[in-house]
Write a protein that binds this ligand. Structure first.
Ligand code: ADP
Ligand code: MG
Length: 241
């Protein structure tokens, strides 16, 4: 008899993202302003560069992945757990526990100190950090930010510094999934490269899966996986009814 591996089924590949038959429309408008993604799966630990023209739906897709929007049809599972079918409250909890987000505008609370901004993210986490000041300081040091910025209001920092605080805030809870939307658009080339290096190092240190959105193709070299919105987002069939 042929020697058979008793464990002969394919090992199950853990997904960070498993998106099936997802459709989304803003309001009741036609097929434009819409996403139609039959299937998209991203393995855990992958670092994906998601690119596409302006208006191609990149931010809409990230908003679906962070639960800011929910699909009109289809399902999104994250980290092998249901996500889009959760109630709004449970989706918020899931996001706070498992997902880090860096939006285009960073979304720091401008009048709060850097420390308070980071603390706020940790407040909703599954694991409260007992020594958040030390953790925030350690993270800022890794991000090459001087520790005196910790007590400055977020709006007193330069754009480049705010970006790094946004990364610190997104990573403080050691999320399994990090979603980043066009964070480099305001940076010159050398600041941009420094930012990318830091982001990827930090991601690696917490073993986060990363979805990084940009229309800037020169960034693609930083990633092990690339996908174009036009290959994900299919035209709607039979737009009638
Ligand atoms: P990208 O991030 O790739 O530039 P977006 O996801 O922001 O693209 O936009 C995709 C499409 O959805 C565009 O046609 C845009 O005008 C439209 N859109 C984005 N946000 C809204 C909204 N809040 N209401 C209606 N349409 C929107
Ligand atoms: Mg966008």
């Amino acid at each position: 008899m042929k020697e058979v591996n008793t464990d002969n089924h394919e090992p199950h590949k853990p997904w960070a993202i498993n998106l099936q038959n997802v459709q989304f429309r803003y309001g009741k408008s036609g097929a434009e302003n819409a996403l139609n993604i039959p299937l998209w799966q991203v393995a855990r630990g992958e670092r994906v560069f998601l690119h596409g023209d302006s208006g191609s739906g990149k931010t809409t897709l990230l908003n679906l992945l962070s639960g800011v929007l929910t699909p009109t049809q289809g399902t999104i599972e994250l980290l092998e757990q249901p996500f889009s079918t959760l109630s709004a409250r449970r989706r918020d909890t899931f996001r706070a526990h498992h997902i880090g987000v860096v939006f285009q505008q960073f979304n720091l609370v401008p009048y709060l100190s850097v420390l308070k901004n980071i603390q706020l993210a940790n407040h909703f986490a599954a694991k409260r950090d007992k020594d958040i000041v030390a953790s925030a300081n350690a993270m800022l040091a890794k991000l090459n930010l001087p520790s005196d910025v910790l007590h400055k209001p977020a709006n007193a920092l330069s754009v480049g510094q705010q970006q790094r605080v946004a990364i610190a805030r997104a990573l403080i809870n050691q999320p399994e999934l990090l979603l980043v939307d066009e964070p480099t658009s305001a940076l010159d080339a050398s600041a941009r490269d420094a930012f990318m290096t830091i982001l990827l190092e930090m991601c690696e240190s917490v073993e986060a899966s990363l979805i990084f959105v940009s229309h800037d193709m020169s960034l693609k070299e930083f990633f092990n996986s690339r996908i174009d919105m036009s290959s994900l987002n299919k035209p709607f069939e039979g737009a009638a009814c």
